[in-house]
Design a protein around this ligand. Structure first.
Ligand SMILES: NC(=O)c1ccc[n+]([C@@H]2O[C@H](COP(=O)([O-])OP(=O)(O)OC[C@H]3O[C@@H](n4cnc5c(N)ncnc54)[C@H](O)[C@@H]3O)[C@@H](O)[C@H]2O)c1
Length: 255
C-alpha cells in the first residue's frame, strides 16, 4: 500500500483519468476526496471505492469558483484533518483557433484549467505548509509542451499549468512540498471521445490518432493513473518541478 492513510483530493475524480486515479489511490490505501460538478457520477465512484472497503467522499465543486474551492478544502480538513495529495485534474477541452474561440469559451477554459488549478493549490497549500509535507500533481497535456492545431485556448491553458507547476515547485520546496505535471498524449476518456465524435469519420480519426503515437495506440486512463501514483508516493521523493509525459512516445516524434 503506497498511499496508506494519506488523504487525497482529486478534481474531476468522477470521470476518465480522475476516476481511474481515484480507484487506484483508494486501492493503495488513500482516503479519496472526489471533487467535481457532476454529483451522480461522483457518488458512483465513491460507491465503487466503498464497495472495495476504501474510504471516500464526494464534494460537489466547480474548481473555477473560489467559494466552492474554499468549501471543498474546509470540508476535507473538517473530516480528515489534513490533505497529503492534491491532484488538479479537472479540465475542459474545446476545439478551435483563436478566431473560432469566443470570449466566453476562452474564459471558461482558462477559468477551469488554469485558474481552477491556481485556486485549489492556493487553498490547499497553507495546510501542507503547516505540516511541512505535501504533493501536488497537475494534469497538463502534451499541449503543455507543444501546440496542436485548432486547440488555441487549451494549448494556452495547459502551457500555463506546466509553468504554474514549476512556480509552485520552486516556491514551496523549502516546505517539503513537491509539484509535478503529468503530460498525457491521447487517452481513452469521455473528453477524447467528444473530440473524436466531432470528426466527420470518428473511427478513422481514432485510428489516425493511434497511429501518430509511436506505440501505435491510444492510452488508457490507468496508464496515467499509474504515473499519478508514482508522483504521489514516496518513490518520487526527489522528483519535483517536472513535466512527466505519458504519451506513447508522441513527444519524441510523430510517426
Ligand atoms: N483524454 C485525453 O486524451 C487527455 C490528454 C491530455 C490531457 N488530458 C487531461 O486529463 C485531464 C482529465 O481529463 P479526461 O480525459 O479524464 O476527461 P473527462 O472529461 O473524463 O474528465 C474531466 C473531468 O473534469 C470535470 N470538470 C470540467 N470542468 C470542471 C470544473 N469547472 N469543476 C470541476 N470539475 C470540472 C468534468 O466534469 C470531468 O469529470 C484533463 O486535465 C485533461 O485536459 C486528457
Amino acid at each position: 500500500m503506497k498511499l496508506k492513510d494519506r488523504v487525497s483530493i482529486i478534481t474531476g475524480g468522477n470521470s476518465g483519468i480522475g476516476k481511474a486515479t481515484a480507484l487506484l489511490f483508494a486501492r493503495e490505501g488513500s482516503k479519496v476526496v472526489i471533487a467535481g460538478r457532476n454529483a451522480s457520477r461522483g457518488r458512483e465512484v465513491m460507491g465503487a471505492i466503498k464497495n472495495g472497503r476504501g474510504e471516500a467522499m464526494f464534494v460537489k465543486t466547480d474548481v473555477s469558483k473560489s467559494p466552492e474551492v474554499r468549501n471543498l478544502v474546509e470540508t476535507v480538513i473538517k473530516r480528515f484533518g489534513r490533505i497529503d495529495i492534491l491532484f488538479n485534474n479537472a479540465a475542459l477541452s474545446p476545439v478551435g483557433t483563436v478566431l473560432d474561440t469566443s470570449e466566453k469559451e476562452w474564459s471558461d477554459v482558462i477559468g477551469t484549467n488554469l485558474t481552477g488549478t491556481f485556486l485549489c493549490t492556493r487553498y490547499v497549500l497553507p495546510h501542507m505548509i503547516e505540516r511541512k509535507k505535501g504533493v501536488i500533481i497537475n494534469t497538463g497535456s502534451i499541449n503543455s509542451l507543444m501546440a496542436m492545431k485548432k486547440e488555441a485556448a487549451y494549448d494556452a491553458s495547459k502551457g500555463g499549468v506546466l509553468m504554474l507547476t514549476r512556480a509552485v515547485a520552486l516556491d514551496f520546496a523549502e516546505f517539503n512540498i513537491r509539484a509535478n505535471c503529468i503530460c498525457p498524449g491521447a487517452i481513452e476518456t469521455p473528453m477524447l471521445r467528444d473530440i473524436l465524435n466531432q470528426a466527420p469519420d470518428p473511427e478513422a480519426a481514432e485510428a489516425d490518432l493511434a497511429r501518430k503515437h509511436p506505440l501505435g495506440r491510444i492510452g488508457s486512463p490507468e496508464d496515467v493513473a499509474n504515473m499519478a501514483l508514482f508522483l504521489a508516493s514516496d518513490e518520487s521523493s526527489f522528483v519535483t518541478g517536472t513535466a512527466m509525459p505519458v504519451d506513447g512516445g508522441i513527444l519524441g516524434g510523430w510517426t
